[in-house]
Design a protein around this ligand. Structure first.
Ligand code: UD1
Length: 379
């Protein structure tokens, strides 16, 4: 019976790519199926990343698209159930914390199919974040939980998850980063490809990279306005390259805030491919973001990261890595940038097991773990 692997949204793709490769290398005869829920569907949010990461075409695309949380989650569930029934997989592998992760988990457990969750146990302790709900619920019902940092096992234990189910393997997203680093695209080429002046990334102080997409930062006009004002202030000291998520772009237009962005100091790009983003981050003086993934990628790259959030579910990036939480306070953001420009940015160190081999550990453990289940099914 196949292993059914699920992806849905952009941050899932870089996590699943090394897992598929490691499973195929570990057991070449193991049947695998890749299901894309279609939560992200634009070429720039999906196809480009598949190509950059060497992901195979999905065997099945559920084409759910966008919607409210309820509609999107329900659509994934309704469309995933027949796929699960048709293929009778040995287990379902889900990654991360997006709506597709939870939706497919719920369907599988209720059909009695074991669920494997990669990147389990991360907690922001902020239940207003949709991802926190997805994480807590997925972990409660998943059968095998692979963690990226040691704090995750304590979070899970506190929620009553049996320690036997938890395995600390390291970070599959860093597997992708280390494998792709030599192929990263030069920042000047990325800017030029979008008709932006490559001089933006040639400033003697370097440049900063910005991403923003959390609903808590971009859905309220007053919040988005104050963040853009703070970025404009930062841009007087350090030119910025802003890879703008579709949600953010739509809100900047809807709230009429485009005038706050000075194109001579802030270059706006559409969502970037994986190799473009990697090149931009690796060459940056600082990264300013509210993404979860970028907090980890900058730690692995040793690039200072200022996170525009009050909390993080990835505390190791603050404790050992290059990450600093600045909240939504423009003054804290500016102070962080000034520290970095004064040469006092965090350099950090690579966390335990962020060594490019997490997916190998998963493949090895998953195979061992599936044996008794497969034998029981055959009996
Ligand atoms: C989702 C994840 C979030 C992740 C982010 C990365 C959930 C709850 N959220 O947020 O954890 O950090 O992906 O991007 O699962 N849109 C497009 N094209 C696309 C996809 C979306 O234009 O291909 C626009 C649509 O207007 C859509 C909006 O973006 O309504 C939001 O998309 P959605 O998938 O609901 O959530 P994200 O904000 O992308």
């Amino acid at each position: 019976r196949p292993i059914l692997c699920v992806v849905g949204a952009r941050p899932n793709f870089m996590k699943m790519a090394p897992i598929l490769r490691a499973l195929a290398a570990h057991r070449p005869s193991l049947p695998m199926l890749l299901v894309h829920t279609g939560q992200h569907y634009d070429a720039s949010m999906s196809d480009q990343l598949f190509a950059d990461l060497g992901l195979p075409e999905p065997d099945l695309n559920l084409e759910v698209g966008s919607g409210s949380h309820a509609v999107q989650t329900a659509d994934v569930m309704k469309r995933f159930e027949p796929a699960l029934d048709a293929h009778q997989p040995a287990c379902v592998v889900v990654v991360g914390d997006v709506n597709s992760t939870l939706a497919c988990t719920l369907v599988a457990v209720k059909r009695g199919v074991p669920v494997v969750h990669v990147e389990a146990g991360l907690r922001s302790f902020d239940r207003r974040m949709p991802e926190e709900i997805n994480r807590v619920l997925t972990d409660q019902v998943a059968d095998r939980l692979y963690t990226t940092e040691r704090s995750a096992a304590d979070n899970l234990a506190r929620e009553g998850v049996d320690r036997e189910r938890i395995v600390f393997v390291g970070n599959v997203m860093i597997d992708s980063l280390l494998a792709s680093r030599p192929h990263a695209r030069a920042p000047a080429a990325t800017l030029a490809a979008h008709g932006l002046d490559a001089a933006l990334v040639g400033d003697p102080r370097g440049y900063g990279v910005v991403t923003l997409h959390r609903p808590s930062n971009v859905d309220e006009p007053s919040t988005l306005r104050s963040i853009l004002r703070a970025l404009a202030e930062v841009a007087t000291r350090l030119p910025l390259v802003f890879a703008m998520h579709p949600r953010t772009r739509a809100n900047v237009e809807r709230f009429g805030l485009g005038g706050l962005i000075d194109p001579r100091r802030i270059g706006i790009l559409p969502p970037q491919g994986y190799l473009e983003m990697l090149g931009l981050m690796a060459g940056a003086t600082a990264v300013l973001t509210d993404s979860g993934g970028l907090q980890e990628e900058t730690t692995a790259l040793g690039v200072p990261c200022l996170t525009l959030r009050e909390n993080t579910e990835r505390p190791i990036t603050v404790e050992q890595g290059t990450n600093t939480l600045v909240g939504r306070d423009g003054a804290a953001l500016l102070a962080g940038v000034d520290e970095i420009l004064a040469g006092r940015g965090k350099t950090g160190r690579a966390p335990e097991l962020w060594d490019g081999r997490a997916a190998e550990r998963i493949a090895h453990d998953l195979w061992q773990w599936l044996q008794p289940a497969a034998l029981a099914a055959a009996a």
